[in-house]
Design a protein around this ligand. Structure first.
Ligand code: AMP
Length: 415
């Protein structure tokens, strides 16, 4: 069953969304992207004549009630987006009556699932080294099942539209699905789009395929780099990891961010790319700064010739040309991680060169996927979100999916 083909008329539908939105100190939403992301699914269910039970987590309350993370703060805003009054259930595990009373077109928002440790299913207050840990873990798994059953009992149909938590085997993201047969559980529209986008990158690839991996460290990206190595034609490695590669090849990197214990790994990646015929693009020059600050003095130097006391904070002009060349003409593009410290306005040039090249290739028909945290912030900073094909809402979930891992939230529905 799919969200599009299902008729929700007269049905009670429990939907896992990601309403983990940022709030200011007055509890006002500062970025409602995640709420807007779930609207197509929620509105389709209401338009069909179903009633909605919406569930989500917010923040990390670690299994305890904490008003700072109460979803009660966003009930009104959710109602405004949906155009209906939203009721609030102040205890997600005691909402049976409120759910049963819902009429078609009515909406109930459950309190933060993570106020219960059962949601994440990890035992609290006991150290992993404690001999009693295993027992506590098994007891928690059993109560997680019960918690998931309670949530499931509120509804006829389960929909998962929370891609951001799809890599977690939590009560509401995966375990709950066991209570519904294949005709009564499905992915929401947002999830479907995310799955399709990942498929375009991993299976349904149009060539040439250029992946751009940036950010601070090679160690956090190695799983993805290895999985992509079998798929891409061009691989740009940029950002802070540039200097681990430069040092590994005998360069001097001054104070640049560098993982000294990953030099062999860097050489291994260079060798693998060669063996697999992947064109690896590494920074040849950089903007070096005399302090980690937007106001620092700068000079353009080769990436492996950074003077003592200086650090590389952005890609240099020659490197930007290499990036643009590797992106030009690509038909599939993945970008994860900025090419420099883009948070400082004076060090956005490398990332902007990438964004410009992606926008151009996209206008010429490429499929471009941007995701995994900072590159999304980067493309938003440049106001170019509408010039790429797809911006993922998933951080860790997207990265795990690209690493080739099966996401529990998707497996629980698709099998
Ligand atoms: P990640 O979370 O690994 O994708 O890393 C993103 C972070 O990498 C951003 O906050 C950037 O400021 C940072 N970054 C990118 N290039 C550099 C660099 N050359 N030196 C230090 N940090 C960098």
């Amino acid at each position: 069953m799919t969200i599009d083909t299902c008729n929700f008329e007269g049905k009670k539908v429990i939907v896992r969304v990601d309403f983990n939105v940022p709030l200011d100190e007055n509890g006002k939403i500062t970025d409602d992207t995640r709420i807007r992301g779930a609207l197509p699914t929620l509105k389709k269910i209401l338009a069909d004549g179903g009633s909605l039970i919406i569930m989500s987590h917010m923040g990390k309350p670690k299994g305890k009630v904490n008003p700072k993370f109460s979803l009660g703060q966003i009930t009104e805003a959710v109602g405004e987006h949906l155009g209906v009054t939203v009721q609030f259930a102040p205890d997600c595990a005691k909402a049976a009556e409120a759910a049963a009373a819902l009429k078609p077109g009515e909406v109930l928002l459950l309190e933060n699932l993570r106020f219960y440790p059962e949601e994440e299913g990890k035992p609290v207050g006991i150290d992993k080294a404690d001999p009693a840990y295993e027992e506590a873990k098994n007891a928690m798994k059993a109560s997680q099942k019960e918690f998931a059953k309670t949530l499931a009992s509120y509804a006829d149909i389960y929909v998962n539209d929370a891609f951001g938590t799809a890599h977690r085997k939590h009560a509401s993201t995966a375990v709950i699905a066991d209570s519904f047969d294949a005709d009564h559980k499905m992915l929401g529209y947002l999830m479907e789009k995310e799955v399709q986008a990942v498929d375009n990158i991993l299976s349904n690839i149009k060539r040439p395929f250029t992946a751009i991996m940036g950010g601070s460290k090679v160690s956090t990206k190695i799983g993805i780099i290895e999985n992509l190595m079998d798929k891409v034609d061009n691989l740009i490695l940029c950002g802070g990891m540039t200097y681990t590669f430069a040092k590994a090849q005998g360069g001097h990197v001054g104070l640049s961010i560098c993982e000294d214990d990953k030099l062999d790994l860097a050489l291994d990646i260079i060798a693998k790319a060669k063996a697999k015929g992947v064109k690896l693009v590494l920074g040849v020059d950089c903007i070096a700064a005399d302090s980690f600050s937007n106001e620092a003095n700068t000079q353009v130097v080769p990436s492996g010739e950074i003077p003592e006391g200086w650090e590389g904070l952005d890609a240099g002009p020659e490197t930007r040309k290499l990036f643009a060349d590797a992106i030009e003409g690509a038909k599939t593009i993945l970008w994860n991680g900025p090419a420099g410290v883009f948070e400082f306005d004076n060090f956005t040039g490398g990332s902007r060169a990438i964004a410009d090249a992606i926008a151009k290739a996209t206008a010429e028909g490429a499929f471009s996927l941007i995701g995994g945290g900072d590159s999304v912030a980067c493309i938003n900073k440049f106001g170019m979100a509408d010039q790429v094909s797809y911006i993922s809402t998933g951080g860790g979930a997207l990265l795990e999916a690209i690493e080739g891992k099966i996401l529990p939230g998707i497996a629980a529905i698709k099998g």
